[in-house]
Design a protein around this ligand. Structure first.
Ligand SMILES: CC(C)(COP(=O)(O)OP(=O)(O)OC[C@H]1O[C@@H](n2cnc3c(N)ncnc32)[C@H](O)[C@@H]1OP(=O)(O)O)[C@@H](O)C(=O)NCCC(=O)NCCS
Length: 177
């Protein structure tokens, strides 16, 4: 459990399922993640997130608002599989997502800074990366606000997206311990 000024970052409980499914089904959120998820797919994603925690002892944290106890998003870390056919395979990534109504309050920045500080000792790594579609300027702004450094030599074209897909070009940032 991590406390910040306005937020609690914590493991998931069953009560988070419905707001998580709603958040992942929102087209404004889903656009940046390859499409909104229907309730069944979002429920499966919820299970995978909890399973990842059970297996690895770290992962995505629920972001809860201290003001009203609402689930406002998720933030967390993932060591990408080494065998993954992706330019960032093997890297530790910090990532975030907020429910649409929670955008514009600085919650992602507040949560991401805390997750980054938690990540170095938890995963015992020297570098944590973050990447996003070049057009996802809101996510890139979070990277800058938490002090990550642009790493243009690592920029890549997402291998799972078609050549003309608007989200294919990706930018990469990193932070050293
Ligand atoms: C990426 C994402 C989390 C960014 O959310 P966000 O609300 O823009 O980012 P923050 O929570 O850090 O909020 C920053 C904004 O809150 C404003 N803000 C208001 N009150 C604030 C406060 N008390 N403290 C800090 N910032 C505050 C900032 O000025 C900034 O506004 P701006 O966008 O007009 O410049 C969100 O757009 C999202 O969930 N997108 C879909 C999922 C996604 O793309 N995930 C990343 C995939 S790589």
């Amino acid at each position: 459990m991590i406390e910040t000024e306005r937020l609690t970052l914590r493991p998931w409980t069953e009560a988070d399922r419905a707001p998580f499914v709603a958040m992942m089904g929102d087209p404004d959120v889903g656009y940046w993640l390859g499409g909104a998820l229907n309730p069944q797919a979002a429920g499966a994603a919820f299970e995978r997130m909890r399973q990842f925690w059970a297996e690895h002892g770290y992962g995505q944290l629920a972001i809860e608002s201290k003001a009203d106890g609402a689930l406002v998003g998720r933030v967390g870390l993932r060591r990408q599989p080494g065998a993954w056919s992706h330019p960032m395979s093997g890297a530790v990534e910090v990532g975030w997502l907020l429910a649409r109504q929670a955008w514009g309050h600085g919650y992602a920045t507040e949560a991401a800074a805390a997750a980054l500080a938690w990540g170095f000792p938890t995963l015992d790594v020297q570098v944590i990366h973050s990447w996003t579609a070049r057009s996802n300027t809101r996510s890139e702004a979070v990277m800058r606000r938490i002090g990550m450094t642009r790493a243009p030599h690592l920029d890549f074209e997402h291998p799972d997206l078609a050549e003309d897909h608007p989200l294919r070009p990706h930018v990469v940032y990193l932070t050293e311990r």
